[in-house]
Design a binder for this molecule. Structure first.
Ligand SMILES: Nc1ncnc2c1ncn2[C@@H]1O[C@H](COP(=O)(O)OP(=O)(O)OP(=O)(O)O)[C@@H](O)[C@H]1O
Length: 248
């Protein structure tokens, strides 16, 4: 690997009750890498993303982010580490009836005090950072629009702008293109790559569309039934490996 890992999993197993969602997974994500997580529905991609950002704790094994074992951290230190890991969830987690600016400024939460966050709901603070983020995702004109008046693709961009405001070292994106048409899917993938490459951020993106994974990522991690089937540079992923991954 080209650099020290930003996130690493060592023999991680995760169970929901008796159900094993991930079994004995070990992997390292390097600085600046663009990694696709692929696998059939239910393979464990979202679970892996939530383990990487410390939202879930492993049943067995160790997860480190920036060299620190997440399960050993006090809550405040864990939150500091989590600020360096921006997550775009499948459901986006935007507040529909708020204006776009407030959803984008939610990227500051965790850094801002409670009072500052509250004041910003009345008079939006740090406008330059928000406008810069919305300019990067191409929807600056929507700054004061109510979020639920935006299309699905525009809301996806708001979620990306919020992560930009958070300014993390790693971006995790859980199926960011699942509800978008082919052109918008390309636009969003290109956008994610553009915001990661110049700043050497790492990107881990779960994708159902294997073509997009091969086109935009330099490494493919494939899960089947909660197990790591392969973890390989994109150039060495063969048609047989892909057929095997989606074999019933
Ligand atoms: N809260 C939960 N309680 C019990 N089982 C769960 C829970 N969340 C997920 N699972 C199960 O864990 C397995 C992995 O789920 P996960 O959401 O990680 O899969 P995925 O690969 O992201 O799927 P998809 O592509 O459909 O989003 C699935 O079998 C799912 O049913």
């Amino acid at each position: 690997m080209s650099s020290a890992p930003v996130i690493s999993l060592d023999r991680v197993t995760f169970r929901f009750g008796q159900f094993v969602a991930l079994a004995d997974v070990s992997l390292h994500i390097g600085m600046g890498q663009r990694v696709a997580l692929v696998g059939s529905s239910g393979a464990g991609k979202s679970t892996l993303i939530r383990l990487m950002n410390g939202t879930l704790q492993p049943t067995q094994g160790e997860i480190r982010a920036f060299g620190q074992e997440l399960s050993q951290l006090k809550p405040q230190r864990l939150r500091q580490i989590q600020r360096q890991i921006g997550t775009i969830y499948q459901q986006l987690h935007l507040v529909d009836n708020l204006r776009v600016i407030h959803n984008v400024n939610a990227g500051h939460l965790g850094r801002w005090s409670f009072w500052k966050a509250l004041i910003s709901l009345v008079v939006p603070l740090d406008l330059p950072t928000a406008t810069n983020a919305l300019t990067q995702v191409g929807i600056l004109e929507k700054l004061y629009e109510r979020t639920d008046r935006l299309s699905g693709g525009q809301q996806q961009r708001v979620a990306i702008a919020r992560v930009l405001v958070q300014d993390p070292l790693v971006i995790l994106a859980d199926e960011p293109i699942s509800s978008l048409d082919p052109q918008l899917s390309r636009d969003v993938m290109e956008l994610l790559c553009q915001i990661c490459e110049p700043s050497n951020r790492s990107l881990v993106v779960s994708l159902h569309n294997i073509e997009f994974a091969l086109r935009y990522c330099d490494r493919i991690i494939a899960l089947r039934h909660g197990r790591l089937l392969f973890d390989a540079p994109t150039g060495s992923v063969s048609n047989e490996m892909i057929a095997d991954l989606y074999r019933l």
